[in-house]
Design a protein around this ligand. Structure first.
Ligand code: NAD
Length: 345
């Protein structure tokens, strides 16, 4: 199948591009190459005859129409977004423009193309979204696909808005869509402003490991390559108009997560003192959701999908990857000067 993947130079999009090409799909990677992008993320497939790149901005409707007409995709996997919660608090406008208006442009471009092609039944528009649209949980319970939306940050509100648009384009125009809402991803090629790379890289530099509040906020952690695998499965087998929650079945508090990374680093790159000595508690993020947890019953029972790694296995792979790939992260750190504070994973 020929896939148009938006945001394919980002963290999750590049994992999707690498996996899809390795499985023999043709892939067109559409990305504006914002600060969060890195074309090195797709270097393993960049020379494949199955791979093409289009630098374009999803806020540019004319550019999207041209790209659909040029490549005639069989499916769209829409991941391009502003993705960093802390940045959405400092500057929400870009999140509305890209995540809401950009998704509207993608839907309109896909719809025009799909209608011009005679409304092929096999066409899919897959919107990749987050569990943060559901808001926050107390100590118990899990998000199901029926949980009412209650986003708390500008980022999650913009993703909730885009989810609603996608659903409406299915109900109103019949566009064949599927949606997924997943938990926090981690793994190789994670931009160094996000929690896990910040912890690894600050620890290696002997800098403080700042943790918001008292570190009790709980997240579910999903290895990015497991996520990419689930996304291709939902694209292929998911029911039209349906949402699927994707989780790692790996709930951890932020403090537990950071301590686990420190223990892995103590083993792989022993220092003079335990890395956990660097942990520092900092003022909490405003509107910081207490707990997210995913009920994965639908994707497990309907599509037979489960994550392949535990968070301990995935974190060890991730730490090893950062230790072996300084050539990837060092220039990003120097270019963007990130890494001093913890963000959303
Ligand atoms: P990312 O920030 O690493 O990558 C986003 C990519 O989108 C970048 O390559 C960027 O250049 C591109 N992009 C941004 N604005 C664009 C625009 N206007 N036009 C074209 N391209 C643009 O993000 P990520 O972590 O890989 O997340 C990808 C998707 O998955 C997002 O939609 C995000 O909401 C969703 N998601 C992420 C997580 C997570 O834990 N990272 C969890 C659930 C859902």
């Amino acid at each position: 199948m020929k896939l148009l993947v938006t945001g394919g130079a980002g963290f999750i999009g590049s994992a999707v591009v690498r996996l899809a090409v390795s499985r023999g799909h043709e892939v067109v990677n559409l990305d504006a190459l914002t600060y969060a992008a890195c074309l090195e993320n797709v270097a393993p497939v960049a020379d494949s005859p199955l791979y093409a790149f289009e630098q374009a901005d999803i806020r540019d409707a004319d550019a999207l129409a041209t790209i659909f007409a040029r490549h005639k995709p069989g499916a769209v996997m829409h991941l391009a977004a502003e993705s960093h919660v802390d940045r959405s608090i400092d500057g929400p406008g870009a999140f509305i423009e890209t995540n809401v208006m950009g998704t509207y442009n993608m839907l309109q471009a896909a719809r025009s193309f799909w209608e011009a092609e005679g409304r092929p039944e096999s066409f899919r528009f897959h919107h990749i979204s987050t569990d943060e649209v559901y808001g926050t949980l107390g100590a118990t319970g899990q998000f199901t696909e029926e949980t009412p939306y209650a986003p708390n940050s500008p980022y999650s509100a913009s993703k909730a808005g885009s989810d609603h648009l996608v659903r409406a384009w299915h109900e109103t125009y019949g566009l064949p869509v599927v949606l997924t809402n997943c938990s926090n991803n981690y793994g190789p090629y994670h931009f160094p402003e996000k929690l896990i790379p910040v912890v690894i890289l600050n620890a290696l530099a002997g800098k403080p490991l700042p943790i918001y509040g008292d570190g009790s906020n709980v997240r579910d952690w999903l290895y990015v390559e497991d996520h990419a695998d689930a996304l291709l499965l939902v694209l292929e087998k998911g029911a039209l108009g349906r949402s699927y929650n994707i989780g790692g079945e790996n709930e951890r508090s932020n403090l537990e997560l950071v301590q686990t990374i420190c223990t892995i680093l103590d083993k792989l790159r022993p220092g003079d003192a335990p890395y956990a000595d660097l942990i520092t508690f900092v003022t909490d993020r405003p509107g910081h959701d207490a707990r997210y947890a995913i009920d994965p019953t639908r994707i497990r029972e309907e599509l037979g999908w489960r994550p392949s790694v535990t968070v301990e296995e995935g974190l060890e792979r991730t730490v090893r990857w950062y230790l072996e790939n300084e050539v990837w992260w060092r220039p990003l750190l120097e270019r963007h000067g990130v890494g001093e504070r913890l963000g959303k994973a």
